[in-house]
Design a protein around this ligand. Structure first.
Ligand code: NAD
Length: 491
């Protein structure tokens, strides 16, 4: 086993956490977790199956009524305590994150560790906001409603922001009085296991359970388990459809946070000499080059007004090309590695196909197979249109497709001509333009003149095949994780 300079969760025994204790799965089988920057195995996790899922769901059911009955302030205080412990351990956790996900420690993983702690503390603070309605109907009757937890939540997360997404799922479920069984991604489960380790003596047994394993095995078993009353899934649209089908069989409540192919739209007024640099940097940030483009919200289709193309594009290309690509644990790296060989090969195939079709490179290259780590460099392609496969499908790599536009109505039609609807970016300082465009674009989240990350407290979710329901805000959590119980009282 490779010796790496960070702390392994559970002293190297990365099993499942069920009913307040660590369990090695009954299968006895292990799955390797690889550091994609170095192509070496970090450690092996347990291959949990339907057996561990059933144990975890059963334990969560035993715990759920007592957990729901606890004062919300107590539930909130426990989430806050976990947030504080994560803050105190943020550097260790960031190193684990960088090693398993390939996200560079300086530009991404430290921020993710602190962001996840912020989410836990935010939900710790709003846990009491489970308010209902009152209707004083008449002299002899009144009616009121309460927000009740759904029961046991099954949550499944991907590898690209494992800790942040794990923290969101845990916080929303537990703050609203549900218990949770969380299945992390097989490529990046370690930061979540570290979080579980920090949480082990905070929550009562059965409230917070983690089962590691394969998606089609442990994940599918979790979705299909009759004891799960709510499924919260974040991942690809492809798997999201399978999850929705499986949940439909027993009318289980589902939230889906799925993929994207988000437009980033540049208006001429964002490219005046004094604004040009900030706009170019905003485009680079929106594309999430620093995350190897492996972000659901990446602004990967860039629509640039022809009048400012020659000013903007060389600057965007030079900023992207200047980013240092390297080992995710190296403090000098702006960009780390793509998570595994399969994803890397998919990116290579997308770019090679576009090159063959006649796309030209403003910067970057078709990545080649590598013996070292999976490190594609930022790539910007042009000379293609919105109908090409690379402009329509989620590449999930550092590949930006740039398309010039002249007619606004035509550009809007192209920007919306996608089956995704997660995010959109608008660069303009004209108020009317911004309002007109935010109305016109099909997206759950619109950013104006910046390309930053999600903010806890603001609702976030996609439309079309980017998802169903929203998360991050307390309103989203109440909609997604509770039901309204209506009470009518004769006076
Ligand atoms: P994925 O869909 O392959 O896997 C996501 C999770 O689902 C993993 O834990 C996996 O083990 C599990 N899984 C796989 N097959 C399953 C099945 N049949 N039943 C149940 N679970 C199953 O996605 P990925 O490659 O890990 O992540 C990248 C995708 O996630 C991208 O499409 C990205 O856009 C999306 N994503 C969306 C958001 C969002 O908030 N909208 C955030 C991050 C990532």
């Amino acid at each position: 086993m490779a010796l790496l300079d960070y702390t392994l969760p559970t002293d190297g025994l990365a099993g499942c956490f069920i009913d307040g204790a660590w369990h090695w799965p009954a299968s006895g089988e292990k799955l390797p977790v690889e550091n994609p920057s170095r192509r070496e195995t970090i450690c092996e996790i347990g291959r949990g199956t339907a057996i561990e899922i059933d144990l975890a769901v059963t334990a969560a059911h035993r715990a759920r009524r007592a957990w729901a009955a606890r004062p919300s302030a107590e539930r909130g205080a426990m989430l806050t305590e976990l947030g504080n412990r994560l803050t105190a351990n943020a550097e260790d956790v960031a190193r684990i994150l960088a090693a398993e996900s390939g996200n560079a420690i300086r530009t991404q993983s430290r921020g993710e560790a602190m962001g996840a702690a912020g989410v836990l503390k935010y939900y710790g603070g709003v846990a009491g906001e489970q308010k209902g309605e009152t209707l004083p109907f008449g002299p002899g009757l009144m009616s009121y409603s309460t927000r009740e937890p759904l029961g046991v939540v099954g949550s499944i997360i991907p590898w690209n922001s494992p800790l942040q997404l794990g923290a969101v799922k845990i916080s929303m479920a537990l703050a609203t009085g549900n218990c949770i069984v969380l299945k992390p991604a097989e490529d990046a489960p370690l930061a979540v296991l570290k979080l579980m380790e920090l949480a082990a003596d905070i929550f009562p047994p059965g409230v917070f359970n983690v089962v590691t394993g394969l998606g089609e095995e442990a994940g599918a078993a979790l979705v299909a388990h009759p004891g799960i009353s709510k499924i919260s899934f974040t991942g690809s649209s492809e798997v999201g459809k399978l999850v929705a089908h499986s949940a439909a069989d027993r009318i289980a409540n589902v939230t889906l946070e799925l993929g994207g192919k988000s437009p980033c739209v540049i208006f001429p007024d964002a490219c005046t000499p004094e604004r040009l640099d900030a706009t170019a940097q905003g485009v680079v940030n929106a594309m999430r080059f620093a995350r190897q483009g492996q972000s659901c919200t990446a602004g990967s289709r860039l629509f640039v007004h022809t009048s400012v193309w020659d000013d903007l594009m060389p600057l965007v290309a030079s900023k992207a090309a200047a980013m240092t690509v390297g080992d995710a644990l190296d403090e000098n790296s702006d960009i780390g590695a793509v998570v595994n060989e399969e994803r890397y090969s998919e990116i290579c195939a997308f770019v090679a196909e576009a090159e063959k079709q006649g796309a030209t490179f403003l910067t970057g290259e078709t990545p080649q197979a590598t013996e070292q780590g999976f490190h594609p460099i930022p790539t910007i392609l042009t000379g293609l249109d919105n109908s090409w496969r690379i402009a329509r499908e989620e590449v999930f790599g550092p590949v930006l497709v740039a398309i010039p536009w002249e007619d606004e109505a035509d550009m809007i039609e192209q920007a919306n001509d996608t089956h995704y609807g997660l995010a959109a970016f608008i660069f303009s300082h004209d108020f009317s333009t911004v309002v007109r465009m935010t109305r016109a674009l099909d997206a759950g989240w619109v950013q104006v003149n910046q390309g930053g990350g999600q903010i806890p407290g603001m609702s976030y979710g996609g439309i079309k095949q980017s998802g169903m329901g929203s998360e991050y805000s307390i309103e989203g959590a109440l909609e997604a994780y509770t039901f309204r119980k209506c009470v009518t009282v004769a006076l």
